[in-house]
Design a protein around this ligand. Sequence first.
Ligand code: FMN
Length: 186
Amino acid sequence: MSQEEALAHRRSVREFGPGSLTLPELSRLMWAVQGITVPGHRTAPSAGATYPLEVYLAVGNVENLSDGVYRYLPDRHRLETVSASDIRVRLAYAAINQEWVSSAPVVVVIAAMSSRTTVGYGKRGERYVHMEAGHAAQNLLLQATSLGLGATPVGAFKDAEVSRLLHLPAGETPLYLIPVGRLPRP
Ligand SMILES: Cc1cc2nc3c(=O)[nH]c(=O)nc-3n(C[C@H](O)[C@H](O)[C@H](O)COP(=O)(O)O)c2cc1C
């Protein structure tokens, strides 16, 4: 799919078809959101190359991957286990009862350690972090479209509840939830 086709076909999808995601699909989604392109650079731009974003996965239906919470490690293109619980239903509840969130095989969470950017840019750095999350999220949405998958960016959720479910370290804040799944059958 060309870049133009992905842009033209991207649509928010809140109803998913049956079927799990595969590890190669997950790998390509993670690479799109924060993957390393050349040493010191990622698929998304970063103010001052400070890279404040952290990407988590709430997995509930991925082939050959146990349900649980994972953190993406861009430098090694690997996942690190955070917990072994399927938190999707609780995430949907934290997202102001958007029940469809729990039906996605995977919910990608973009979080940020804003201090990495604000230490050099002060208060304006907060704005930069939010801009960067938008870049990373759009990469993910376009990659999902290219892979024939559906996804929707979700901004309505209770920060403290999502932080608790993901075991986010102090200073890290969740910015976006992005449920990803198969397109419904036509
Ligand atoms: C910052 C932001 C927050 C959003 N939050 C939600 C949300 O909480 N729940 C939801 O279902 N959609 C959410 N959306 C998706 C929008 O509703 C959707 O993009 C819009 O209706 C346009 O449709 P389209 O994405 O199919 O073009 C959000 C989009 C953005 C950019």
